[in-house]
Every structure is written in structure tokens, then in C-alpha cells.
Design a protein around this ligand. Structure first.
Ligand SMILES: NC(=O)c1ccc[n+]([C@@H]2O[C@H](COP(=O)([O-])OP(=O)(O)OC[C@H]3O[C@@H](n4cnc5c(N)ncnc54)[C@H](OP(=O)(O)O)[C@@H]3O)[C@@H](O)[C@H]2O)c1
Length: 331
């Protein structure tokens, strides 16, 4: 049996599973230069997918990624769809554009990668908390709305939701997901909630799609130095250090120094390895679990929290998400 670890690189997997890439259509959210998503799609390009659909908020950033894709493989077809995940109106418009596009007959693999981390408290135009909406609710709406085109791909289609080790910070705050209670907001608590939601949504998708041979996985890519740290870079140094110490202690039981020694930053290639195994390895469905880290599935309760995989909580989140976005999705 093949073995993978934290050093496994995305390109290695794309070449190994080339038959799962050639001629297939991939949709990825959050393609920005220097990010895990950009590295994921430029790696995929090397084995000639039929179409790479990039969903992002910045046409300029996406164009830089498209240029890198064309450099990796000039023959690959790409499409950019604009969406701001912090706006339900924008996400619905993007979903409709995908549904209406006759060149997109099916979507074999969806990679929900876009996210923000540790933003100051903010309610969006939809009166939803920014991280919960950007990281979970926006993707919930986009993915569910384009589901007919994912189902059209048939058995073997895949959904990959980028979660995080940070899901271990907290489960979904079902009674107060928007942090309305005064003093309840924490930059990392909110991020942790959204990353638990990514996992629970994965469980909810599997419940609805497994019988069609379509599977969803959630991944923790590892720690990678990307622009996800844009907001923490703006925090006061002492406050950031104390928030990070607390978050690392809670998620790993280690001090920050111990954690950094045990888990040095990954390269972007190592960072996209876990996403790409979840997206491409046909044998993954034979193993137990929904959550991958270091390129492998794990069901270890120390690594993946019950509050992020419990099927009843997954249904509770599905209902809460429908209520918050004001739309039902019967898949
Ligand atoms: N890097 C890590 O250490 C790490 C660890 C665990 C999990 N992850 C997860 O990995 C995924 C990729 O993150 P990354 O590290 O590659 O960060 P990144 O480079 O900042 O990529 C995040 C992407 O999400 C996009 N995005 C954010 N808010 C958006 C919105 N409202 N609408 C549309 N797009 C939006 C960003 O667009 P802009 O460029 O326009 O901002 C960017 O394209 C995330 O889900 C993150 O939670 C990362």
C-alpha cells in the first residue's frame, strides 16, 4: 500500500493519479497567488484536465493564477467566475452563471478552498458573521446550488472542503453562530467555528451523496505561510502571541515553540498534497473517515473532534445553514 506523509507533494499525486485528472473538470474557490488553492490548480494543470473553473473575488489575482496555469500547460482550458463568499447575492449570481454555462456540462471535483482567518468582528451585508459566512455559508450555497452539475459527473465525483486543525478550537455555536452575545466574539473562536462547520458540512454531503458514488472529504493542509495570515499580521504583537499560544495549546497540547519544532511550516507543494489526495485517490473511499491531515485520513479522536463529525450535528448545521441563508436544499 502506498504511504504518504507530511512531505508528500501535490505534483507527485497529480502525476500518480493522472487518470483522475485528464479530461475532467475541476472547480476551486479562492485562487490567489501564493495560496494553497493556486498551487492546487497549477499542479492539476500539468496532467491536462478538461477545464479548471476558478471561483474568486479578484479577477486580477485569478488572472495571475491563470497565467501560471498556462505556463504549466498551455493547452488547459480555464474559466474565471467572480464570487464574493461574504455576499449571498454574489454567490447566487456565480452559481447561476455556472449552471447557465453550456460549456460546463459537469463538474467532477469541487475544491472549496477560499477562507479568511481571524478577522475583526464584522457582520456582512447579509447580517451574518464574516468568517462563518465566507468560510462556510457562502460555500454551502454555491456547492448546493451547482449540485446538478456535480451529480451529472456521476460516480467518482468528489468534493473537498478545506478545514483546519483550528476546528479543534470549538464546535459550531448553534445557539449564537453570529456572536450576537456581547463579548462572545474571538477572532480564532470564529475561525474555529467556521472550520468545524466545513467538517460537518462534509458529513452532511456524504449522507446525501454517498449512494450516488459521490464522496466528500475535509482536509487540514498543515501550516503554510500564505496570505491567510493577513489579519493576524495586523494585530498587536503581544496580543497575537497570547492568542496563538492559547490556540496552539488548545488544539495540540503544546507550547508554540514545541509546536513549531514538531510541525515546521510546509511548502505550498506539501500544503496542496492533502487536498490533492482527497480530490484524486480513488482508493480513499475504501478507508474509514472524512478528515485528512498530512495526506492521510484519520479518525483519531485526538485529531478530529466529535463535534465536527457527529452525524446529528451535521444535520443540525444543515438546517441552521438553510435558515441563515433563507433557502432549502433537498439533495
Ligand atoms: N495556510 C495555512 O496555514 C492553513 C492552515 C489550515 C487551513 N488552511 C485553509 O486552507 C485554505 C486556503 O488558505 P490559504 O492558506 O491558501 O490562504 P490564502 O492564500 O489567503 O487563500 C484564501 C483564498 O480565499 C479567498 N477569499 C477570502 N475571502 C473571500 C471572499 N469573501 N470571497 C471570495 N474569496 C475569498 C482569498 O481571496 P483574496 O486573495 O482576494 O483575499 C484567497 O483566494 C483556507 O480554507 C484555510 O482556512 C490554511
Amino acid at each position: 500500500m502506498a504511504t504518504y506523509d507530511r512531505n508528500t507533494e501535490g505534483l507527485e499525486l497529480v502525476h500518480k493519479f493522472a487518470d483522475q485528472v485528464k479530461g475532467r473538470t475541476f472547480l476551486l474557490t479562492g485562487p490567489s497567488p501564493g495560496g494553497i488553492g493556486a498551487e492546487t490548480v497549477t499542479s492539476l494543470a500539468t496532467e491536462s484536465p478538461a477545464l479548471l473553473i476558478l471561483v474568486g473575488r479578484s479577477p486580477e489575482k485569478a488572472q495571475t493564477v491563470i497565467d501560471a496555469i498556462k505556463k504549466a500547460n498551455p493547452g488547459v482550458k480555464t474559466k474565471f467566475v467572480q464570487a464574493n463568499f461574504a455576499s449571498l447575492k454574489s454567490v447566487r449570481k456565480a452559481a447561476q452563471a455556472i449552471l447557465d454555462d453550456p460549456e460546463i456540462t459537469k463538474i467532477d471535483v469541487v475544491i472549496n478552498n477560499a477562507a479568511v482567518m481571524a478577522t475583526p468582528f464584522e457582520l456582512t451585508e447579509d447580517k451574518l458573521e464574516l468568517q462563518f459566512q465566507s468560510n462556510h455559508l457562502g460555500h454551502f450555497v454555491l456547492t448546493n446550488k451547482i449540485m446538478p452539475k456535480i451529480i451529472a459527473a456521476g460516480p467518482g465525483a468528489r468534493l473537498v472542503n478545506l478545514s483546519s486543525l483550528a476546528h479543534k478550537l470549538t464546535g459550531v455555536r448553534f445557539e449564537d453562530p453570529n456572536f450576537a452575545q456581547p463579548g462572545s466574539y474571538g477572532e480564532f473562536t470564529s475561525y474555529g467555528q467556521s472550520k468545524s462547520a466545513n467538517l460537518l458540512y462534509t458529513v452532511g454531503l456524504n449522507k446525501r451523496l454517498s449512494s450516488r458514488g459521490i464522496r466528500a472529504f475535509a482536509v487540514h493542509p498543515g501550516s503554510i505561510q500564505t496570505n491567510i495570515h493577513a489579519h493576524t499580521r495586523q494585530m498587536d504583537g503581544a496580543r497575537l502571541a497570547s492568542l496563538m499560544d492559547a490556540a496552539i495549546q488548545k488544539t495540540t497540547g503544546m507550547t508554540t515553540a514545541e509546536f513549531r519544532a514538531a510541525e515546521p511550516y510546509k511548502t505550498l507543494q506539501q500544503g496542496c498534497g492533502t487536498t490533492l489526495r482527497a480530490a484524486l485517490d480513488p482508493d480513499l473511499v475504501k478507508e474509514e473517515g472524512v478528515y485528512l491531515q498530512n495526506t492521510n485520513l484519520t479518525t483519531d479522536p485526538n485529531e478530529v473532534k466529535d463535534w465536527a463529525t457527529d452525524p446529528e450535528l451535521a444535520e443540525k448545521l444543515w438546517k441552521l445553514s438553510e435558515e441563515l441563508v433563507g433557502e432549502k436544499f433537498d439533495i
